[in-house]
Design a protein around this ligand. Structure first.
Ligand code: UDP
Ligand code: MG
Length: 314
């Protein structure tokens, strides 16, 4: 969509009625000072409090404010994905709606992006969250994410980030993958850097996540690793999985014919092993066919098709 909007700020909100007013006021201050055409997209992720009502009032008063409401709570990743989809600016900023991120950092993030990056990640170096339930799990998770994905960003979970729209719009987000945007964007060929940002303690309401997020982060980490390695050739994954089963079946088969043993166990193992190998191979072929015929393209393939039309912005 052609538009002359330069900056889009996207903010997911789930039951943040007290924060909406102050957040908009400080966002407006900062964005007005930038002297560029901008929009603020608030995404109400199915709040049951007064959040959407407050957003509607802001939308009625300020033409640059857009509000999108989900019918139910779909989660922060879905809200961010909708924000990226609807954003019209060439640069997008994402941030939390609970006043923990500070709009004051936006100009520096934009400047950094304009130095020639596609993604600038905020780093809450002086993070104002609980030590045991937040900061320590986050340190471990970020270290692990860095090791496994090979993208050594200090603070993957910081929502305050700046993106070049043409790049982030190509990254498909689902599950809770908003925490893996740096790794996903790298797969799409993005040039990434990070910058220390301000962080405040939560003033109103409460956090929407408990300690169970640790497990979900592990699952998503596994998923993204699989994606990075096997999304272009699913056959390789299924081929690798079938290898030990094939070896087991072969050994049992050789024992069976050389020893002449009778009984039900060994022939059953042989039959099941070869059946499973056939199953894996079929899955691999199906995966390859889906990839070749579907309209889904993994980030790693997009990297090859990224065309940067020009390098001058503003
Ligand atoms: N959020 C959301 N949907 C959810 C959970 C969270 O839109 O299902 C929003 C929330 O309103 C906030 C941001 O995502 O603006 C970060 O959530 P939260 O502050 O609870 O996370 P934390 O800072 O504790 O990591
Ligand atoms: Mg928060």
């Amino acid at each position: 969509m052609a538009s002359d909007i330069y900056l889009s700020v996207i903010v997911p909100l789930y039951n943040e009625e007290e924060s909406v007013g102050p957040l908009h006021a400080s966002l407006k201050n900062v964005c007005d000072d930038l002297r560029v055409k901008y929009e603020i997209i608030f995404l109400d992720d199915g709040s049951s409090d007064d959040t959407y009502h407050k957003l509607s009032e802001l939308h009625d008063r300020y033409p640059e404010v857009r509000a999108i409401k989900f019918r139910k709570n779909y989660g922060q990743t879905a809200a961010m994905a909708a924000g990226f989809e609807h954003a019209q600016g060439e640069i997008i900023i994402s941030m939390d709606g609970d006043l923990q991120n500070d709009p004051i950092d936006i100009p520096r993030l934009v400047d950094k992006l304009e130095e020639g990056y596609d993604l600038v990640c905020g780093w809450r170096k002086d993070r104002k969250d609980k030590l045991i339930s937040r900061r320590i799990p986050s340190l471990v998770a970020n270290w692990l994410i860095g090791k496994i994905t090979g993208v050594p960003i200090h603070d993957n979970g910081c929502s305050l980030k700046a993106y070049r729209a043409e790049v982030i719009k190509k990254v498909s987000l689902y599950s809770e993958l908003h925490r893996f945007i740096p790794a996903m964007s790298t797969l799409a060929g993005a040039r990434i850097t990070e910058m220390v940002v301000t962080h405040h303690a939560r003033k109103f309401g409460k956090s929407k996540y408990g300690i169970s997020r640790v497990w979900r982060v592990f699952l998503d980490l596994f998923l993204i690793k699989m994606f990075a390695r096997f999304s272009v050739h699913p056959m390789i994954l299924f081929g690798l999985l079938s290898l030990p089963v094939f070896v087991l079946g072969l050994i049992c088969f050789l024992v069976l014919i050389s020893s002449g043993l009778s009984g039900i166990v060994l022939p059953s193992v042989v039959f099941l092993s070869f059946f499973l190998v056939g199953h894996f191979v079929t899955m691999g072929v199906l995966g390859e066919m889906v990839l070749k015929t579907g309209d889904y393209r993994p980030e790693i393939m997009l990297a090859k098709t990224t065309i940067r039309e020009n390098d001058t912005h503003k």
